[in-house]
Ligand binder design. Sequence first.
Ligand SMILES: NC(=O)c1ccc[n+]([C@@H]2O[C@H](COP(=O)([O-])OP(=O)(O)OC[C@H]3O[C@@H](n4cnc5c(N)ncnc54)[C@H](O)[C@@H]3O)[C@@H](O)[C@H]2O)c1
Length: 261
Amino acid sequence: MRLQGRAAWITGAAQGLGEALAYRLAQEGCRGLALSDVQAERLQAVADAVHAQHPHCHTLALPCDVRLEAEVQHAARQIDQQFGRLDILIANAGVIHSAEITEMSLEQWQWQLDVNLTGYFLCAREAAKLMRRQGKGVILQINSKSGLKGSYKNCAYAASKFGGVGLTQSIAMDLAPYGIRVNAVCPGNLLDSPMWQETLFEQYARKWGLPEEAVRRYYEAQTPLGRGCAYDDVANLVVFLASDEASYITGEAYRVAGGQL
Ligand SMILES: NC(=O)c1ccc[n+]([C@@H]2O[C@H](COP(=O)([O-])OP(=O)(O)OC[C@H]3O[C@@H](n4cnc5c(N)ncnc54)[C@H](O)[C@@H]3O)[C@@H](O)[C@H]2O)c1
């Protein structure tokens, strides 16, 4: 219960890591959880399920495309009206498309920059306006190990995530005077996530010229701790950074990657 009574906003919460973080934040005592995603139906189902499991936690499904300024501003207004405050933003919505640079279309490049970087900027900006009033708040970006080291056939994703580290470091300085801390969490390979199951195993089999069933072993073997990243590995750090135990930490980007790199 390290986040008792907090109001939080998680983007990209209809599935995967964002959904797992919603359950974990409710379990840690959050009293209000605003969840955003472009998949409106799935998002409502997650909001209902989290509330059913944690009745103390008021959940709010706020469908929103993080690329669109008006939608992000509308979501922030809803949060203000419903919760009257915002303590934690987790900017988690993210997309990836793997391709060598000569095969990366401008559209694919722009999509990843727009969701992963501009989306983080817009949500952080609107969250900061609410948090500033309280003189306290925590902004966390779910970044990636690819935000700290270049990634083969992933130029757009890595560029967008590197940008997220620059944004994190910079706004940590802008927002420190208001008591708002800003950090990034950089997970390794969440091999059981929909991102891997639905797209990356297939894309990476092509990228490395491996059969699809060999891709998991390939990535596990690259990780000194010998396994993929689990949602809880990320959530443990997210909860710590969101809590007052991390009150002297801002402007950082931490890997949770099993020793990879
Ligand atoms: N899966 C991994 O191995 C891995 C590793 C490192 C970092 N990450 C990062 O973790 C975060 C979550 O990834 P995941 O694995 O849960 O992926 P995921 O694809 O399962 O979930 C991402 C969610 O974001 C939503 N989304 C996409 N575009 C959006 C938009 N424009 N506006 C609002 N929501 C949008 C999707 O609908 C989806 O629900 C991402 O930022 C990703 O870059 C993932």
